[in-house]
Design a protein around this ligand. Structure first.
Ligand SMILES: N[C@@H](CCC(=O)N[C@@H](CS)C(=O)NCC(=O)O)C(=O)O
Length: 214
C-alpha cells in the first residue's frame, strides 16, 4: 500500500501511526500538492495529503483512510466499542483536525514550512494570531487530558493519535506540550510518544526530514 504525503502533515502522520499500530505495511511516497504526480492526483482529486493507493483502490482524507485500515485490520481498534467512548474518540479526532490544526498550522506554516520549503517570507502576524488562538485550545485540552491511560479509557484510540500527531508537528516550531504550562497534557503526550508505533514512525519521519533538509 502506498501513502502519499509529506511527513510534517499531522494528517499524514495520523495515517502512518494507525497503520503502524495495526501492523499494516505502508510505503511512504512523498506527495507534494503543489506539484502533483499523476498517481497522487488519481488518489487525491483535491490534491490534499494524505492519499492512499491499495492496488486499484484509491482514497483521500486521513479519516477515510483510517476507517479503511480499521475495517481491514480491526485489531487493535481505533474506535472503542462503548457508545460514549467511541463518540469521544471521534470528538478528539475532530478537535485535532478542525480546531487544533488550523490554529497551530498558522504558526507552523509561517515560521517553518513557508520559509524553509516554499521560499515564502512567512507572515509573522498570522503566526502570532495562531499563538493567541492556541491559548484557550491548549487550556481546554489540559482540562480533559487523562491523568492515566488514554483519552477515552484504557485503550489508545484515534483521538489520542490524532491530537498527538498535531503536537508533533507543533514540535517543529518548538511548541510541543510543556510540563511547566500543561503538565497533564505533557505527561499524556509522553505516554503516546513512548509507544513502539510512535517511535517507529518518528524514526522514519526523522530520516525523511534529514533527506529533504528539514
Ligand atoms: N481532512 C483532510 C485534510 C487534509 C489536508 O488539509 N492536508 C493538507 C496538508 S496538512 C494539504 O494537503 N494541504 C494542501 C492543499 O490544501 O492544497 C484529512 O484529514 O486528510
Amino acid at each position: 500500500m502506498k501513502v502519499f504525503g509529506f511527513p510534517l502533515s499531522p494528517f499524514v502522520r495520523k495515517v502512518h501511526l494507525v497503520a503502524t499500530e495495526k501492523g499494516i505495511a505502508v510505503e511512504t511516497v512523498l506527495g507534494n500538492p503543489a506539484n502533483p504526480a499523476p498517481e497522487f492526483l488519481a488518489a487525491s482529486p483535491f490534491r490534499k495529503i494524505p492519499a492512499l493507493q491499495d492496488g486499484d483502490f484509491t482514497l483521500a482524507d486521513s479519516t477515510a483512510i483510517v476507517t479503511y485500515f480499521d475495517a481491514l485490520t480491526p485489531d487493535p481498534p481505533m474506535l472503542p466499542g462503548d457508545a460514549r467512548q467511541r463518540a469521544k474518540a471521534v470528538w478528539f479526532e475532530e478537535f485535532a483536525d478542525t480546531i487544533l490544526t488550523p490554529a497551530g498550522g498558522k504558526i507552523v506554516f509561517n515560521r517553518f514550512v513557508g520559509p524553509k520549503f516554499l521560499g515564502l517570507p512567512g507572515d509573522e502576524e498570522a503566526a502570532r494570531q495562531g499563538e493567541a488562538e492556541l491559548v484557550p485550545i491548549l487550556a481546554y485540552f489540559e482540562g480533559v487530558a487523562p491523568a492515566v491511560d488514554w483519552l477515552t479509557g484504557s485503550a489508545i484510540s484515534i483521538g489520542d493519535i490524532a491530537v498527538a500527531a498535531v503536537f508533533r508537528t507543533l514540535g517543529y516550531v518548538g511548541r510541543e506540550p510543556a510540563a511547566e504550562q500543561h503538565p497533564k497534557t505533557a505527561a499524556w503526550y509522553a505516554r503516546v510518544c513512548a509507544r513502539d508505533a510512535w517511535q517507529a514512525v518518528a524514526a522514519r519521519e526523522a530520516a525523511i526530514m534529514a533527506k529533504i533538509g528539514g
